[in-house]
Design a protein around this ligand. Sequence first.
Ligand code: SF4
Ligand code: SF4
Length: 87
Amino acid sequence: MAFKLKSEFPHGELPLNVFKSGQMRVQRPVVNAAKCAWCGSCHLFCPTGCLIDKDGHFEANLDYCKGCGICAQVCPVQAIAMVREEY
Ligand code: SF4
Ligand code: SF4
């Protein structure tokens, strides 16, 4: 079967590269800004590249964060805690 560029979600023609992957998250990263060493490792390893520089520390754009926890695993100073989403 040929690869389809378009999403098959009910919204129809939404390209996959603008799909908001944060909609299916069960946990979220919470950054302790005071502990953040501003190394950028979380941004480099995040599969969606959604951790962004906030003038001295990094924070996740929750529209795209999938809650995988990789950022918390790679943070060298344990500045990121994963907390369960409450829906
Ligand atoms: S939990 Fe996963 S998707 Fe979310 S910011 Fe961390 S590495 Fe990125
Ligand atoms: S990996 Fe940790 S210390 Fe490095 S920028 Fe991200 S939150 Fe800050």
